[in-house]
Design a protein around this ligand. Structure first.
Ligand code: GAL
Length: 654
């Protein structure tokens, strides 16, 4: 059965409240309670003096009410005594100075002293709790970002990282092209982490930044492994996760989660939906992305439970149906556990207006009633967790593309994630399941592979895509593919899309970074679509034309091509279009590949299917604040704003 969890902070509340809180949670049908991820100062109030008595009691209260605990390692917030006694445990910022304390997440994850203290508190916790039946799983730290700390330890770590990679400074200078602007290094200690916060990213050497991002991601993955090893030494069967979020400095999630058992994510979809349906990008992308970390079902460690009000002004109230709708949207994409943030809104601290399920008044409210309804609904679907998302369509992702495009913006408003989401949104609206795959993953079983902006060229991926097409698959590539080599430098002497030229059967004669300007293209079927961001002027070699530009000096020039390659084909999209363009193109491809679709879904209605030994469940989600109706076979389906309806394989609506 899909599990409902609650994020609970026993250390924030009078002990007298725990019993009643637990009883109310149990009455709802809550399975798991997450706790302790910020509680280090209560667990070790003084250096080496531990106090687990309160946590023992809190776990005991939950267990007595039939709930199991997801225990957080408390390393995100070290106690102030640690920072004070050991200033070298503090993270340094991009201006090259120690972070001012006061908020959270200030620990340097590489500091040897911090690691010693972190290892000790985790060991104490694991010795006491690992393997106990009350413990369901472990969450490491909190919302880990890529390590961008600039302290001396992390700086030295970066120097060692590139030294191990390049061996000699000559190789490094060559690989990074440091001759430009006299940036050649003559000793390893001249190599700096990413400093200069006021400097535009485009001013820095992109090859250096690419390796720096790879280093930061490797540090985060190492930190995860370090914590996992400690817990596993006490309980080799412990289930360990960490709660991911899509922060400014993204780690390489696929690398980070290698050491972990299950992917998890903090799911805060938008409370205020844009009026313009074109502006709405579905949160389903984030969910499918998280499923890709382990390529299996995942957990939500923090599910939106109330209006947000910590990182900005208080958001509007959640619309009726939103709490349940967003929760079921996560289930539709493979979530098997949803832990709601948080039980009751804090009365103290920075997050006192970041609402949980209950308000400060602690009385039953609309959100509690909705959560109750959700729990009842999930009880009717006991076998759902024995299903997953099966897809014939894959979308390739790699952290290298994210790093490369973030640090060297190609044109105003053009971002890697926007590209990914355009394809994703179109699949959701056609009711086609989509797997996001890390570059290099097996493509067996897929019929269509979507490859937006393969900027940093991976020759192995190019070869794999050729094989895939040769054997009958369809590949879709887009603009800014094949631009750079693995070092992050432009490829000399070959027309774009370089490694993908034969596959796509076309090349680029000129590029036009049009930024926010809006232009048009026309397809061979007569459809006209708005484009912006970028235009590659294409010269078909073996490819046929699928769409042509309608404006400027290149009106009539090919914009999208389609190339027969072996038994399959490859499309190349030289531009960035409005949503409807991707829908039209994918519709044609899915028809050719005989992928089943539902073509009548209104805009912003998504359909995802979970299937497996537990049955077949089709989730229809109205991701908008307007009601809608559409035909499905002989019936008419109606959906209220944010409503999810589930159709089982037996034809029952639930
Ligand atoms: C999350 C974080 C939680 C809490 C929440 C508030 O990003 O993990 O601890 O701060 O945001 O929205």
């Amino acid at each position: 059965m899909i599990k409902i969890g609650i994020d609970y902070y026993p250390e924030h509340w009078d002990r007298a409240m725990w019993e009643e809180d637990a009883a109310r949670m149990a009455e709802l049908g809550v399975h798991t309670v997450r706790m302790a991820e910020f509680a280090w100062s209560r667990l070790e109030p003084e250096d080496g003096k531990f106090d687990f008595s309160w946590l023992d009691d809190a776990i005991e209260v939950m267990a007595r009410h039939g709930m199991r605990v997801i225990l957080g390692t408390p390393t995100n917030c070290a106690p102030l005594w640690l920072y004070h006694d050991h200033p070298d445990t503090v993270q340094w910022d991009r201006s090259g100075r120690p972070t001012d304390l006061g908020i959270r997440g200030h620990r340097c994850m590489l500091s040897p002293v911090f690691r010693r203290y972190a290892a000790r508190i985790i060991e104490e916790m694991a010795r006491r709790y690992a393997g106990r039946p009350e413990i369901f799983a472990w969450q490491l730290d909190n919302e880990l970002e890529s390590n961008h700390c600039t302290c001396p330890t992390c700086t030295k770590g970066f120097q060692d990282f590139v030294r191990a990679k390049y061996g000699t400074l000559e190789h490094l200078n060559q690989a990074w092209g440091t001759v430009v602007w006299s940036g050649e290094y003559s000793s390893w200690d001249q190599i700096k982490p990413l400093l200069a916060p006021d400097c535009l990213p485009n001013w820095h050497n992109p090859a250096w930044m690419l390796d720096y991002e790879r280093y930061g991601a490797a540090c985060t993955a190492d930190y995860v492994r370090f914590q996992c090893d400690i817990i596993r030494a006490f309980d080799p069967n412990a289930i360990i996760t960490t709660n991911s979020c899509f922060c400014a400095n993204l780690p390489d999630f696929h690398q980070e989660f290698q050491a972990l058992d299950v992917a998890s994510y903090d799911n805060y979809p938008p409370i205020r939906l844009p009026e313009d349906p074109e502006a709405l990008t579905s949160n389903a992308f984030a969910l499918d992305f998280v499923r890709s970390f382990k390529q299996k079902n995942f957990w939500i460690m923090e599910q939106l439970g109330g209006p947000l009000g910590c990182w900005g002004p208080i958001s509007p109230a959640m619309e009726p149906g939103m709490l349940e709708g967003y929760a079921l949207q996560a289930v539709a994409h493979g979530a098997d556990l949803l832990s709601f943030f948080r039980w009751r809104t804090a009365c103290t601290g920075a997050e006192m207006f970041c609402y949980g399920i209950l308000d400060h008044d602690n009385r039953p409210n609309r959100r509690l009633a909705e959560l109750d309804g959700l729990c009842r609904r999930l009880k009717q679907l006991p076998a759902l967790d024995n299903t997953t998302i099966r897809s014939q369509v894959a979308l390739l992702y790699s952290a290298d593309q994210e790093f490369g495009l973030k640090n060297q913006i190609q044109s105003e408003g053009f971002a890697y994630w926007t590209q990914l989401r355009l394809f994703h949104d179109a699949c959701m609206n056609l009711g086609v399941n989509l797997d996001i795959l890390p570059e290099g993953a097996s493509l067996d079983g897929y019929r269509v592979v979507l490859v937006p902006t393969h900027f940093i060229t991976n020759p192995a991926v190019a070869a794999q895509l050729e094989d895939f097409a040769r054997n009958g698959g369809t590949v879709v590539l887009t603009n800014r593919s094949g631009v750079k080599d693995q070092n992050g430098n432009c490829i000399l002497g070959q027309p774009l899309p370089t490694a993908f030229r034969a596959l796509c059967g076309c090349c680029v004669s000129e590029t036009d970074a049009i930024g926010p300007a809006r232009q048009q293209l026309t397809t061979i079927h007569g459809g006209t679509y708005t484009i912006s961001g970028w235009c590659d002027l294409l010269v078909p070699e073996t490819a046929a034309v699928w769409a042509r530009y309608a404006d400027r000096f290149y009106a009539g020039t090919p914009a999208i091509t389609r190339n027969q390659f072996g038994a399959g084909q490859a499309y190349y999209i030289g531009t960035i279009g409005e949503k409807a363009l991707y829908r039209a193109l994918l519709l044609e491809i899915f028809r050719e590949q005989e992928i089943s679709m539902v073509e009548v879904l209104p805009r912003n209605v998504e359909l995802t299917t979970r299937s497996g030994p537990g049955g077949v469940y089709r989730f229809f989600f109205n991701n908008s604040t307007h009601g809608c109706a559409f035909p499905l076979g002989s019936e008419t389906v109606t959906l209220r704003p944010l409503e999810v309806k589930i159709l089982t394989g037996k034809g029952e609506w639930l």
